[in-house]
Design a protein around this ligand. Sequence first.
Ligand code: SF4
Length: 298
Amino acid sequence: MENIKESDSMHYEGNCIRPPSEAQSILLQVTLGCSHNKCAFCGTYDDKRFSIKDDKIILSDILFASKYMKRQDRVFLMDGDALIIPQKRLMWILDQLKEHLPWVRRVGSYANTKSIKMKTPEELEQLKKNGLGILYLGVETGDDELREKIHKGSTAQTCIEMGKKVRAAGIKLSVTVLLGVAGRKGSLEHARATGRLLTAMNPNYVGALTLMLVPGTPLNEEFRKGDFRIPDEQGFLLELREMINHTNLTRGLFFSNHASNYLPIKARLPKGKQEALDTIDAALRGEIGLKPEWMRGL
Ligand code: SF4
């Protein structure tokens, strides 16, 4: 590609998000939006139609980062689902990162079951060899009925298989689960089914988020009509407790440190499980203060 120079800033378009653990990373926007874009609770990319950004723009941003981001040794590929980029092009992006940002130690991206399914095990291994170190997968729930209702687009079993496929390629797997997404009625069943899914999938990291209704989303509409009731603070804590209680990882971290959560937990499983449950119990008894509503965010 000829004559590409860095411009005077990165080319970010629209609403951009990244996982909490990528806060210090170089944020490189290689796609716009999410290739799925149907989840009933999610309004993150409503402003964008999914597309892969132009190679020239991507390279220009990498060159900008090579000049001004020398202290950041991780790259996070935005937006919602960079793994869906065809293999040759994704390998090219990773090549450019290696060439121009040789100090970068890890590249991460969001993924969904569809994009993982589209890669062969060999392709995932190639990506791993070329620097892709971690994938973030939004699992939300292990309850199949609920998965259908919120339009996740795959079953719990597919989710488990795709998670295992990522791990088999040597890529770290971080999954997010969504407290409150079942509403009040299905709360504990959602927690148990999600714990079972996590146990079968055995990811390296689990990040629990707490539902915050986003105007314009189908779930918010249900709420407005009175068909969906959000658990109260105690309900959220009981759901988190039930989920952790049903999650058995051989070795992994369970976090609830996202800005949306009422109670930050960081449990190294399996050893730290009891301590996490004790902390939640103390919060349930009112001995630990919860994050006030105004401090929560997405
Ligand atoms: S939750 Fe994730 S997969 Fe679902 S629409 Fe939002 S970005 Fe896409």
